[in-house]
Write a protein that binds this ligand. Structure first.
Ligand code: PMP
Length: 461
């Protein structure tokens, strides 16, 4: 702890407590400076305020979760009502409560009839952790216990617990090698800009999908249990696969009898303008993991949605599934989730995003920033987008110092009152689904200033 932090700590300075008393996620503590630490004290709608009273537009919905914005009274009321009525109830010992039963009934109204059960948990990581156990148990019960390997993708993010980090493909996380699971394999990501071959987008999408088939054949289909992937890769850079990718993946999974699992932790609950991102990409998973937007990030909740094929096999033939959490199906989380779904649906949030604000954001991004000297490409749909920054507008040349470019952008954005995230030299946008047209304009105005600053710093403008 350096002496500045020590002095601030005595004064109960929040930045000092933050730096001295926490082991922070995905940070190298020796590079953290007190003056760069951010203390957020309040949030309303799309905006948050820091300790000094600066107002920031949160174009990331927190960590892709506050889909209905900050301070929604309906969600506060739902939580308060539930805490007053029944503050806790487990799902153990054959017990249930109205909030979780109502939530489950509602969830299955959003899905086709081929899904039958949900297993709740508290986060995306736990949902993917659960998925590993469910998948392997399913194949044991189906009499094919050899099917154990789960295939994920390089640069994917599925969480921070042992199993979910193993499914993910983040090099930095795999560097904690001793704590990873065996019987997990990875294939390439469908990242068109990062691919330096000669194929067109459609062919590249097929080629990237066929990497799955090659891996299944290499490992032997009798050993492969499942393929797990985010419909669009979030933390890896908001990477949207070519349209040819997912239908080909579905075909390959069917052909080799491999369970197709969609991690909808970011994509679920409206982000693309559909209830689930797999609906946007036109495929149908066997298992779906959910979290974040399920409760608009107001309280933790995750879950695993199971197709009838898997769910009924476990329920009817599986005996005791020895797995459960104290807080699974928590009444307060369930009540908030139910209120979230109701606002998305009856509240008209989803319909407005799909027909008006989503198309507006996408069109404005392209028309106002598409010609910017730094912007090589823009991907996205609904309330999610990524801008690929590059030294040349055409071709696939990359900055040698992509992370530094991204970091500079994030800092300039903050200077202009905008919270964005970057992944290498990709700027990631995921504003709340309730953003108004004026807020979309504010986002793009601030982003334009950020890009201008960055181009000047790179001597490109
Ligand atoms: N899956 C995806 C696609 C995610 O983006 C994340 C978190 N960003 C997770 C899983 C893990 O969720 P949690 O942090 O709630 O454990």
């Amino acid at each position: 702890m350096n002496h500045i932090v020590g002095r601030l700590l005595e004064q109960r300075d929040y930045r000092a407590i933050h730096l001295a008393r926490h082991l922070l996620p995905f940070e190298d503590h020796k590079f953290l400076q007190p003056e760069h630490a951010r203390v957020i004290v309040r949030g309303q709608g799309l905006h948050v305020w820091d300790e000094q009273g600066h107002r920031l537009l949160d174009a990331m919905s927190g960590l892709w979760c506050t889909t209905l914005g900050y301070g929604r009274q309906e969600l506060v009321d739902a939580a308060a009502r539930q805490m007053t009525t029944l503050s806790y109830c487990s799902q153990f010992f054959n017990t249930t409560h109205p909030a979780v039963a109502e939530l489950s009934a509602r969830l299955f109204e959003l899905l086709p009839a081929c899904y039958s059960r949900v297993l709740y948990c508290n986060s995306g990581s736990e949902a993917n952790e659960t998925l590993i156990k469910v998948v392997r148990r399913y194949w044991e019960l189906a009499g094919r216990a050899g099917k154990r390997v789960i295939i994920g993708r390089h640069n994917a993010y599925h969480g921070s617990t042992v199993g979910s980090a193993s499914l993910g493909g983040m090099k930095m996380m795999h560097a904690l090698g001793a704590s990873l699971l065996p019987e997990v394999a990875h294939i390439e990501q469908p990242f068109w800009f990062g691919y330096d071959g000669s194929l067109g987008q459609t062919e590249f999408g097929l080629h990237a999908a066929q990497a799955l088939e090659r891996k299944i054949i290499e490992l032997g289909a009798d050993n492969v249990a499942a393929f797990v992937a985010e419909p669009f890769q979030g933390a890896g850079g908001m990477i949207f696969p070519p349209a040819s990718y997912w239908p080909e993946i579905q075909r390959i999974c069917q052909r080799h009898d491999v369970l197709l699992c969609a991690d909808e932790v970011i994509g679920g609950f409206g982000r693309t303008g559909h209830w689930f991102a797999h609906q946007h990409f036109g495929f149908q998973p066997d298992l779906i993991t959910i979290a974040k937007g399920l409760t608009s990030g107001y309280v933790p909740m995750g879950g695993l949605l199971l197709s009838e094929r898997v769910g009924e096999t476990l329920a009817e033939r599986g005996g005791v599934f020895a797995h459960g959490f104290t807080y699974q199906g928590h009444p307060v989380a369930a009540a908030v989730a139910l209120a979230t779904l109701s606002l998305l649906d009856q509240g008209g949030v989803l319909a407005r995003l799909a027909s008006c604000t989503g198309p507006y954001l996408q069109a404005q991004l392209r028309s106002r920033l598409g010609d910017h000297v730094l912007v090589n490409g823009i991907e996205g749909t609904g309330a999610v987008a990524a801008l690929q920054l590059a030294p040349k507008k055409q071709g696939k040349q990359r900055f040698a110092n992509e992370n530094a470019v991204g970091l500079y952008c994030m800092q300039r954005a903050q200077h202009h009152g905008l919270i964005v995230r970057t992944s290498g030299a990709r700027i990631i946008l995921a504003p709340a689904l309730v953003a108004s047209l004026a807020e979309m304009d504010e986002l793009i105005d601030k982003l334009a200033l950020t890009l201008d600053d960055t181009a000047r710093a790179l001597k490109m403008a």
